[in-house]
Design a protein around this ligand. Sequence first.
Ligand code: TA6
Length: 299
Amino acid sequence: MIQQLHEQFGIDASISVVDGQGGLPKVCLNNAAGRAEVYLHGAHVTHYQPVHQLPVLWMSEMARFDPPAAIRGGVPVCWPWFGSPDSHKGLPSHGFARNQAWQLIDSKQIDESAHAVTLALTPSQDNAALWPYAFQVELTVTLADTLTLSLVQTNLHAEPVEVAGALHSYFAVGDISQTRIHGLDGIDYLDYVDERQLKPQRGDIRIDQEVDRIYTNTRSDVVIEDQANHRRIRVAKQGSATTVVWNPWQEKTRALVDCVDDAYRRMVCVESVNTLDDSVTLNHGETHQLSQVISSEPS
Ligand code: TA6
């Protein structure tokens, strides 16, 4: 299957389909701008490294490549719900898209420094029980001087359907204690570490404890100042008015089976999200695009 995919979608040395970890099919993008990788399992981007720079996305040393388990790190695609809402109690956290195999449906060379692949999740018995609505959802990953992930979904059900979701990106930092997050000053957030209290963000975000915050009504870029690695990671987005910032800190990290105990020191999640009042109701045939544009530069 992997050889067939490679023959159908490979493009020179820039796009290839290989045996990834756990024998799972992995698409590798490699051009003058850098390298990126995406698994068909979960349409999960697991690597992005601009040329002459350090990897931008964090991956757990203990990530599982054993479907249906979700891969820990990179960019989990959360869809068609976010978190564990009351409407989906007892169902998988963050939906089922990250737990299922997607199909590679397109690959293209835009120019010698820009290549893209598109993956699609198709309705199946696995997901019909969880989501009894006809849908089409695709993720396009574009490696150029930025990495762009675009999640495009269309409601094919006869009636309107409300959908939530996220590009739940884990970013690599040299030392969380030397990291600052800019771009959310003055934005209100729901503090999921303090009974979902609504609070105003004052200044930059510093992380010295568990942080699990849903920032509302914000379409701003977020900049992660990774002082230990002398770089800034910019996270821009379209189609989302909600940004989540998460670091599990010590206790929560210890409770994660797919993380080493001090993993929290080297990562922070900045997620582009549609949830709560920013969930999306799509009429029949309507489409929504949620995109995240990631870039990194020395500072
Ligand atoms: O986005 C933050 C969050 O909802 C946290 O509350 C935590 O649950 C995190 O996602 C990771 O969730 P996961 O199901 O991937 O372990």
